[in-house]
Design a protein around this ligand. Structure first.
Ligand code: MG
Length: 258
């Protein structure tokens, strides 16, 4: 069953999403080499609670922190630690959610610490662009597989790989709702999109093979071949007029090439 949200429900998710948009701005401004991933996590938890929202990941299936922080070959679900210090040249993925009035929003982005080589910057740019292209497909009448197809086509055109083991998802009163949204596949298949559906779209892209494995901590997913990985995510509502990005204060993200 794919739930369609009422305007009141979408409004709560927008409130949650706008808090996350502010978190993204805060991270982009403040995160520097030398910080530990735990101190970043604690700052963001404090920030979210101050906005009268609740972190969505802390305690979710036993996850111990507010933000998943995944460095370099870590794809997703890295656990913040006082022993993990960011260095120049790292790429760092932040993934987090929050809850307002019982409704969730979920987002992620990956940033470079200082300067990175051009191919690494390209990994970040192409992953973000692939998300933007998928968001563009979030319109009434499109099919669910059009979203993943848009991601895969863009990523593979740049010689990069789409992770298969993790997918985007419906979101609402629960963090993960139906449908699952793979980031690959043929277009024109599956569910027809309709106003009121809300999806968390989250392409994960690597510079090498798409295979991943889970570390002994039971959470951290790393690339099997040790190649670098990037992850971007937005929570998107489908409206009569097209996509509304709930995790952006403007409701939009920049279009590729715009
Ligand atoms: Mg998600």
């Amino acid at each position: 069953m794919i739930e369609r949200k009422s305007p009141r429900e979408v409004a709560h998710m927008r409130s949650a999403g706008h808090i996350l948009a502010d978190v993204i701005d805060r991270l982009r401004e403040r995160v520097k080499a030398g910080m530990t991933t735990l101190e970043i996590d604690e700052d963001i938890e404090h920030f979210i609670v101050k906005q009268k929202a609740r972190p969505a990941f802390k305690g979710y299936r036993g996850f111990p922190a507010t933000v998943c922080i995944s460095i370099n070959e870590e794809v997703v679900h890295g656990i913040p630690s006082p022993r993990r210090r960011l260095k120049e040249g790292d790429i760092v993925g932040f993934d987090l959610g929050c809850i307002v009035e019982g409704y969730y929003a979920d987002c992620a982005f990956t940033m470079a610490i200082g300067d990175v080589p051009a191919p690494v910057q390209k990994l970040l740019d192409v992953t973000r662009e692939s998300l933007e292209l998928a968001i563009e497909e979030c319109r009434p009448g499109r099919r669910l597989s059009d979203l993943g197809h848009a991601v895969q086509r863009h990523v593979e055109a740049h010689g990069l790989s789409v992770v298969r083991a993790f997918v985007g998802h419906g979101i609402g009163r629960r963090l993960h709702e139906e449908p699952q949204i793979p980031n690959f596949g043929d277009p024109g298949r599956g569910l027809q999109l309709a106003p009121g559906m809300v999806f968390a779209l989250e392409p994960m892209v690597t510079m090498g093979s798409w295979e991943v494995r889970i570390l002994d901590d039971g959470w951290t997913a790393v690339t099997e071949d040790g190649s670098l990985a990037a992850h971007f995510e937005h929570t998107v509502a489908i409206t009569e007029d097209g996509p509304e990005v709930l995790t952006s204060r403007t409701g939009r993200v920049a279009r590729v090439g715009a």
